[in-house]
Design a protein around this ligand. Structure first.
Ligand code: NDP
Length: 444
């Protein structure tokens, strides 16, 4: 369709070299054709042009001093993509691969994901090319303080509320919050994923992983399957992966594999999650050490081969583009029947096409990993009413939200002729609410 093609061409032209951003925009726009056909007023209002251009993109210098007294300089980012339905909301990523393209693709995806949760939150994302790996606590703290010394002027409880992502966990959120509070002299709900002693929500840590597993549960139940006795492969061993494994195991699955950026472990007896938590959450060690404690497990030095392990359900929970067309073919050949994204855009477009063509149930991240941001919004609600809910209350709300997202995405897919295609369904359901809000608010 020429309107969609024109917008896509313009987005590629205006953002040269930003491959991840192009990939994310293309993936969304391509599925919107029937909606745009049905609503010519969207094109007249320049909606897609506006939706593919961030409201604001910030890049800034982050100088800090390392333990050897050397000055280090990193680059900070915050992309405030769309605030039509609420304050910008989305995580901060600290990883050496971070650049503007990656932050922009994540912020763009976040707009639709946040809309899908049904909660009043806009979309944004940020981060830095700082690598917390191998840094001392003091170095991480000085970096976080410097990062926040610039970021604070752009965020606020009613403006933009960042959270964690890759490389930003409880420790980093604590340092960032401390510095914000100190500069602003205000105890505001400006970050989520906070510690329980200073305004955090119970079940936030677990939310993305648990939410992913709840979503998959709904998706496979609708197809007459269940977790019980199924074999599951999970990539990653960070926040999302650990709690996806925990919930899948609670529901009776046998999880046989996890990974980090150096390699993966395969434990045919089923992963011992206590060991992984101790290694990753407490000692900050490599996943290879699992084998020292569980000699029956195998350790493999490359991450890609993880998808050659036969499984019923695959949950990529590490990073973008970690599962390609070749991996998808292997999974299909091994009779894997469901794939759900815990990470953001871990599946390449080629792999997604293979899953959809082969009838593998496929859950896109913007739907299946939305439990984290949804629970962040619940953290904001608790902060604003100065209350805290029990774990069970938050978990029950999370579950309800994930079921609703599944139903909304399935129904939108059906309504627009994409039956059983949750990629299109999630894009359309997320898009419609933002589109209506933007239309109502005029040309801004
Ligand atoms: P963490 O930093 O806690 O964990 C990331 C995991 O992925 C680690 O095991 C890491 O290994 C591994 N990893 C990172 N980069 C690579 C790579 N290039 N190749 C292989 N493995 C890699 O991050 P999260 O668990 O929070 O985030 C994981 C994914 O989930 C990201 O895509 C994130 O955007 C997404 N997500 C996170 C949410 C959250 O609430 N945290 C919410 C929604 C989505 P290593 O330790 O070696 O770096």
């Amino acid at each position: 369709m020429s309107y969609i093609n024109d917008v896509l061409e313009k987005a590629i032209r205006m953002n040269p070299g930003e491959q991840e951003f192009h990939q994310a925009v293309k993936e969304v726009l391509e599925t919107l054709e029937p909606v745009i056909n049905k609503h010519p007023e969207y094109a007249r209002a320049g909606l897609l042009e506006r939706m593919t251009e961030p409201e604001r993109q910030l890049m800034f210098r982050v100088p800090w001093v390392d333990d050897q007294n050397r000055v280090q300089v990193n680059r900070g980012f915050r992309v405030q993509f769309n605030s039509a339905i609420g304050p910008y909301k989305g995580g901060l990523r600290f990883h050496p691969s971070v650049n503007l393209s990656i932050i922009k693709f994540l912020a763009f995806e976040q707009v639709f994901k946040n809309s899908l949760t049904g909660l009043p939150i806009g979309g944004g994302k940020g981060g830095s090319d700082f690598d917390p790996r191998g840094k001392s606590d003091g170095e991480v703290m000085r970096f976080c303080q410097s990062f926040m010394t610039e970021l604070y002027r752009h965020i606020g409880a009613d403006t933009d509320v960042p959270a964690g992502d890759i490389g930003v966990g409880a420790r980093e959120i604590g340092y960032l919050y401390g510095q914000y509070k100190r500069i602003r002299n205000a105890y505001e709900s400006v970050l989520t994923g906070k510690g329980l002693s200073y305004g955090g929500s119970l079940a936030r840590k677990e939310a993305t992983g648990y939410g992913l597993v709840y979503f998959v549960d709904e998706m496979i139940k609708a197809n007459g399957k269940s977790y019980r006795d199924s074999t599951v492969v999970v990539s990653g061993s960070g926040n999302v992966a650990i709690y996806a494994v925990e919930k899948a195991q609670q529901l009776g699955a046998r999880v046989v594999s996890m990974s980090d950026s150096d390699g993966y472990i395969y434990d045919p007896k089923g992963i011992d999650l206590d060991t992984v938590k101790q290694l990753k959450e407490v000692e900050r060690k490599r996943i290879s050490e699992y084998k020292l404690i569980h000699p029956q497990a195998e350790y493999h030095k490359n991450t890609e081969r993880i998808w050659s392990i036969p499984c019923d359900i695959a949950l990529p929970c590490a990073t973008q583009n970690e599962l390609n067309g070749e991996d998808a073919k292997l999974l299909v050949a091994n009779a894997c029947y469901a794939v759900a994204e815990g990470a953001n855009m871990p599946t390449t477009p080629e792999a997604v096409d293979i899953f959809l063509k082969e009838g593998v149930l496929f859950a896109p991240g913007k739907a299946s990993n939305a439990g984290g941001v949804a629970t962040s919004a619940l953290e904001m609600s608790q902060n604003s009413i100065r209350d805290s809910w029990t774990f069970e209350e938050v978990d029950a709300k999370l579950k309800e939200i994930m079921v609703n997202i599944f139903n909304n995405a399935s129904e939108a897919a059906k309504e627009y002729g994409y039956e059983n295609n949750l990629v299109a369904g999630a894009n359309i359901a997320g898009f419609k609410k933002v589109a209506e809000a933007m239309l109502a608010q005029g040309i801004v």
